[in-house]
Design a protein around this ligand. Structure first.
Ligand SMILES: Cc1cc2nc3c(=O)[nH]c(=O)nc-3n(C[C@H](O)[C@H](O)[C@H](O)COP(=O)(O)OP(=O)(O)OC[C@H]3O[C@@H](n4cnc5c(N)ncnc54)[C@H](O)[C@@H]3O)c2cc1C
Length: 275
């Protein structure tokens, strides 16, 4: 286990970064979303999107494909323009898309190799920690703005499960929408998606059965669970991994390139045949 909570500072934007009218910030990737919000607030800036909580780290949110909602808004990884990865091969890389924000002609970071490749960038974003440690990210953010909230309730879930299994949902089902991204291992790869949240109160009787029933219904409908939430039925439905991620083979090759000896592989990633 690696504790990245002290990697939580806002860093200066390197001089080789081309702004081109964008609002960019560079932060250490262990910063919590709450701290990030507060640092952006001081600069009159704002994130493009947020999940439902703010205590997770930026790196953890990116690595699991964490998302908020808005059909025109990307998931958290959609804000990333550059990452510094301390890879499993012992080397450090700054990884960006091929038209990345760093000017290769002026690039000068000692000990860090600049890679501008769509393949590498799209593979490293949602990578469940198994390519190495993301040290920092350059994010594209927005001027500060305000949101209006509106909520609508429906009794669908209560009726369905009560009739079928005489068990009851304890919280409303949520629906959220996320714009497509290029991240190879994100459920939103190449397509706009709807996420259906089925939260439960902690410790209630029947929660695990309900959660598994919800997962099976969603698998049957072609759904795929969040990498960073309870996805206990995924092991029983392995074919969706290959079906959902057309770039899985490319992702695996890049994972092997950055972590050839599998230093960052773990039980979780092995269970889903990612490493
Ligand atoms: C109450 C609750 C509400 C949530 N709400 C939402 C929501 O609204 N939307 C949503 O999409 N998700 C949501 N999640 C899921 C949550 O965003 C993810 O589980 C997230 O990964 C947690 O971040 P963490 O910092 O705890 O990461 P961890 O759990 O510590 O790590 C998650 C993954 O990231 C990797 N990782 C962590 N740091 C690094 C690093 N520096 N470099 C490389 N890899 C790294 C780890 O290896 C691991 O694979 C919620 C979770 C909870 C518990």
């Amino acid at each position: 286990m690696v504790d990245i909570s002290q990697m939580n500072k806002v860093l200066e934007l390197p001089s080789f970064v081309r702004l081109a009218g964008k609002k960019l910030v560079q932060v250490e990737a262990g910063i919590s979303i709450r701290q990030l919000n507060s640092e952006l607030d001081k600069r009159n800036l704002s994130v493009v999107t947020l999940g439902g909580i703010d205590h997770q780290t930026l790196a953890g949110a990116i690595a699991t494909g964490t998302h908020g909602s808005g059909i025109d808004l990307p998931a958290v990884h959609g804000m990333v323009r550059s990452v510094v990865l301390v890879a499993g091969d012992g080397k450090t890389y700054r990884i960006e898309p091929s038209d990345g924000v760093s000017d290769p002609a002026n690039y000068n970071e000692p000990g860090i190799t600049l890679i501008q490749s769509d393949d590498d960038f799209n593979a490293v974003l949602v990578s469940l920690g198994c390519m190495g440690i993301i040290y920092s990210c350059i994010l594209e953010v927005l001027d500060m703005y305000w949101l209006e909230e509106s909520k609508q309730m429906d009794k669908w879930s209560v009726r369905h499960f009560a009739e079928q299994g005489k068990i009851y949902m304890t919280s409303p089902v949520g629906m959220r929408f996320v714009k497509a991204s290029g991240a190879y291992l994100a459920p939103d790869y190449g397509r706009d998606v709807c996420y259906i949240d089925t939260p439960f109160l902690q410790g209630i009787i029947g929660a695990d059965e309900l959660l598994e029933a919800c997962q099976d219904i969603m698998f049957a409908g072609g759904g795929f669970p969040h990498w960073g939430k309870k996805n206990s039925r995924l092991s029983a439905h392995m074919d969706p991994v290959a079906k959902t991620f057309p770039k899985l083979a490319a992702w695996k090759n890049i994972q092997k390139k950055f972590d050839p000896e599998g230093i960052f592989a773990n039980n979780y990633t092995s269970r889903f045949l990612l490493t």
